[in-house]
Design a protein around this ligand. Structure first.
Ligand code: ADP
Ligand code: ASP
Ligand code: MG
Length: 406
């Protein structure tokens, strides 16, 4: 007997027929003699619909009420899946985040998990009950509902698997594994059999939405092996696990892209100590995550400070930055939302020189201008104009030998 944690994403529970399909799969796992804990997302499109409603009511909805609203999608699917299993003759029980309880801090809309007591779930499992948990949501110490950020059900699943010391953690989605790049953009993309936590962390943080980044952090910290697979067939998917020797022989494992960031520049900033802190501290205080930063001193001793923020925070960031720019004597600010970040990722890059120059040469051959660059041991990212995203991903995918054969 094994303890199996399964997570089903939005598309997998997108219709009643698909919820029935999930129930059949869950029932089969239970019939094989396993204890089963299921985490579900909202039906596909539902969370987007709720976010749009919030934005219709006001421009900057309060984080607390945002969480009350957007967490409702998962309440629907846990009930429907439980009902479906019960009608098939199984004992099933649904849990909201607050009922598990999934305890988090109080940073609404991006809450971090603090603890997951396992008493309630274990008591049900001991009674041969299939446990169905709402993904994405938790509860903070005063009882308010929190959510874990978009795509957060992956993190709920991996954290629950870690808390229960589950034997298996399966993430069921609408593709049959992690690919060398988004298979919806590049049909030649290849399925990866095994990927290291480090590479998956980079892929996720650089735009591959197949797993939420926090879920991979959890998996790495607690040694949870994640099996990413399709809810529509039985094929073997991708194992996300500790690096092994086989993985190091591949130079570049994958290519990610992110069109969700915007570029902001503070122009003609005096080149003196303390300026960077003055610009970035108020952004941090407002919970705006700054990603890439470049600064360039010109001969007149002035600096252009350019950085990227999530597109959804661009307006807010400009509102914060404009008075600061005035105060520090900068020439002004500018912003560009039509950018895209393209990244190549691979643990094999640690021991190879020349990968960056191959990337730059490949982009230059297509006449694609590189606006910003950042590197780490196992990744290189370039910011380019958004309109070249697909072209850049395709040519890099081919240049680094990632296209599937035939
Ligand atoms: P779910 O609703 O099941 O959580 P998501 O839409 O969050 O599913 O994630 C699955 C999607 O991730 C796929 O449909 C695919 O378009 C996208 N994706 C992006 N990059 C990759 C990649 N490298 N490998 C597989 N899928 C990817
Ligand atoms: N329903 C949430 C979202 O769409 C969480 C998830 O699906 O993982 O972001
Ligand atoms: Mg997802």
């Amino acid at each position: 007997m094994a303890l199996v944690v399964q997570k089903y994403g939005g598309t997998s529970v997108g219709t009643i027929e698909r919820i029935r399909n999930v129930a059949t799969r869950v029932a089969k796992t239970f019939d094989e003699g396993n204890e089963v804990v299921v985490i579900v997302s909202a039906m596909s499109g539902e969370t987007n619909r709720l976010v749009a409603l919030a934005n219709e009511v006001c421009e900057f909805p309060s984080d607390r009420e945002y969480d009350v609203l957007v967490s409702t999608g998962e309440q629907v699917t846990i009930a429907l899946l439980s009902m479906c299993l019960q009608s098939m003759g199984y004992q099933a029980k649904s849990y909201l985040g607050s009922q598990i309880p999934m305890r988090t801090d109080s940073s609404h809309a991006r809450a971090r998990i603090k603890s997951i007591p396992d008493t309630n779930i274990r008591a049900d499992l001991a009674q041969k009950t299939i446990v169905i948990c709402a993904g994405f949501q938790g509860v903070e110490e005063n009882g308010a509902i929190t959510t874990l950020g978009r795509g957060g059900s992956d993190t709920s699943a991996v954290a629950i698997a870690a808390a229960l010391k589950a034997d298996v953690c399966e993430i069921y989605t609408d593709v049959d594994g992690v690919y060398t790049t988004d298979p919806r953009m590049v049909p030649e993309a290849r399925k990866i059999d095994k990927i290291s936590y480090e590479e998956m962390l980079e892929m996720a943080s650089l735009g591959a939405k197949v797993l939420q980044i926090r879920s991979v952090e959890f998996a790495k910290k607690y040694g949870v092996v994640i099996h990413v697979r399709s809810s529509f067939d039985d094929s073997q998917g991708t194992l996300v696990m500790k690096e092994d020797e086989e993985m190091e022989t591949v130079l570049v494992s994958g290519i990610a892209f992110n069109k969700d960031e915007a570029k902001i520049s503070v122009l003609g900033v005096p080149d003196q100590p303390g300026i960077a802190a003055q610009i970035f501290s108020p952004l941090t205080e407002s919970n705006i995550t700054v990603d890439m930063i470049i600064q360039n001193v010109s001969s007149d001793g002035k600096t252009d400070m350019t950085f990227t923020v999530p597109k959804t925070d661009c307006k807010k960031a400009l509102q914060i930055i404009e008075p600061v720019a005035l105060e520090i004597g900068a020439r002004g600010t500018s912003s560009d939302p039509a950018i895209s970040k393209i990244s190549i990722i691979g643990v094999g890059m640690r021991s190879h020189a020349g990968v960056a120059s191959q990337m730059f040469a490949t982009l230059s051959k297509e006449g694609i201008n590189i606006e910003m660059i950042s590197t780490s041991e196992i990744k290189i990212s370039c910011v380019i104009s958004e309109k070249y995203t697909e072209l850049a991903v395709r040519v890099l995918h081919e240049a680094f030998g990632l296209n599937k054969e035939g």
